[in-house]
Design a binder for this molecule. Structure first.
Ligand code: ADP
Ligand code: ASP
Ligand code: MG
Length: 411
């Protein structure tokens, strides 16, 4: 007998028929004598629909109320799934995040899990019930409902698996594993049997939304055996592991991209100490995360400063920057929210030179202009115009030979 946490994403619970299919799958595992906790997302499209409603009420919706609203999506699915299980004669009990209780900090819409009270869940499991938990939500110390950020049900599942010391955590979704890149953009992408936590963390943080980054962090920290699988087909899926993966022999393990980017530039700022903090301080105060930052070499006594933010924060950041610009007597503020970040990731590139130049050459051959570049030991990211996303990803995928297992590609 094993303890499993199964998580089913939005598409997997997108209709009552699909919820019944999930119930079937869960019942089968339960009938085999396993203890099962199921985490579900809202039905597909529901979270976006709720965000749309909120925006009709307030341009910048109140974040506490936003969480009250968004948490309802998952509450619907837990109830429906429990009903489907009851109908099949499988004992089940549903819980919202606050009922469990999944205690989080109080940063509404992007809260972090601090503690999970596993008493009720353990008691239900001991009593032979399937426990169905609403993903993506928790409650802060003051009793306010919180949500964990988009894709947060993954994190609920992994955190529960850690708290319950589960044998495995299965993330069931609409693809049959983690691929070398998003298979929707490059149909020739290849499924990986295994990927290391380090690589998965990098892919997730650079935009591969197949797993929420915090879920990967949690799984790595608490050594949760994590597997991504298809809800609709069989197969082994992809195991996220500490073991050396096949990819470590490769120079490049995958390509991640992020469409949620926007960039802002302030030109003609005095090139004096403290300028970066004068520009970025007010941005940070509003809780806006800054990703890439570039400061040019000053030709006269002034310099230009460019940085990227999440597209949702673009207008807010631009507004602040315009104020800062006046105070600093800068020349102007410009911005572009039609950009994307594309990254090649691989622990193998640590020990190889020439990867960056190959990447730049591929983009140059396709006449794709690079707007920004940033590198680390195991990734190279470029910002390009969003119209080039598909072309860039496919060209890089082909050049780095990711379709084939014929690693390593020697440069
Ligand atoms: P769910 O609703 O089940 O949580 P998501 O939409 O959050 O599903 O995540 C699954 C999606 O992630 C896939 O449909 C795919 O388009 C996308 N994706 C992005 N990068 C990758 C990748 N490297 N491997 C697999 N899927 C990826
Ligand atoms: N329903 C939430 C979202 O769409 C959480 C999740 O699906 O993981 O982001
Ligand atoms: Mg998801």
């Amino acid at each position: 007998m094993a303890v499993y946490v199964f998580k089913f994403g939005g598409t997997s619970v997108g209709s009552t028929e699909r919820i019944k299919a999930v119930a079937d799958k869960v019942k089968q595992a339960h009938d085999q004598g396993h203890q099962i906790v199921v985490v579900v997302s809202a039905m597909s499209g529901e979270t976006n629909r709720l965000i749309g409603l909120a925006k009709q009420m307030q341009v910048q919706p109140n974040e506490r109320e936003m969480d009250v609203l968004l948490s309802t999506g998952e509450q619907v699915t837990v109830a429906l799934l429990s009903m489907a299980l009851h109908e099949m004669g499988c004992p089940a009990c549903s819980y919202t995040g606050s009922q469990v209780k999944i205690l989080t900090d109080n940063s509404h819409t992007k809260a972090r899990i601090q503690e999970i009270d596993d008493k009720k869940i353990r008691a239900d499991l001991m009593a032979g019930k399937v426990v169905v938990v609403a993903g993506f939500q928790g409650v802060d110390a003051a009793g306010n409902i919180t949500t964990l950020g988009r894709g947060g049900s993954d994190t609920t599942a992994v955190a529960l698996a850690a708290a319950l010391n589960a044998d495995e955590c299965h993330i069931y979704t609409d693809v049959d594993g983690v691929y070398t890149t998003d298979p929707r953009v490059e149909p020739k992408a290849r499924r990986l049997n295994k990927i290391t936590f380090e690589e998965m963390l990098e892919m997730a943080s650079l935009g591969s939304k197949v797993l929420q980054i915090r879920a990967v962090e949690f799984a790595g920290k608490y050594n949760v055996a994590l597997r991504v699988l298809s809800s609709f087909e069989g197969g082994e899926g992809t195991l996220i592991t500490y073991e050396e993966s096949e990819m470590e022999k490769a120079l490049i393990s995958g390509i991640a991209f992020n469409r949620d980017e926007a960039k802002l530039t302030i030109t003609g700022v005095p090139d004096v100490p403290g300028i970066a903090s004068k520009i970025l301080g007010p941005i940070a105060e509003l809780n806006i995360e800054v990703d890439m930052i570039i400061q040019n070499v000053a030709e006269d006594a002034t310099t230009d400063f460019t940085f990227t933010v999440h597209r949702n924060d673009f207008l807010k950041a631009k507004e602040i920057l315009q104020k800062v610009s006046k105070e600093l007597h800068a020349r102007e503020v410009t911005g572009d929210d039609n950009i994307v970040k594309i990254s090649i990731v691989g622990v193998g590139m640590r020990s190889h030179a020439g990867i960056a130049s190959t990447m730049f050459k591929v983009l140059a051959d396709e006449a794709i202009n690079i707007i920004m570049i940033s590198t680390s030991e195991i990734k190279i990211s470029v910002v390009v115009d969003e119209k080039y996303l598909e072309l860039a990803v496919r060209s890089l995928h082909a050049t780095f030979n990711l379709e084939q297992e014929g690693y390593p590609l020697t440069l």
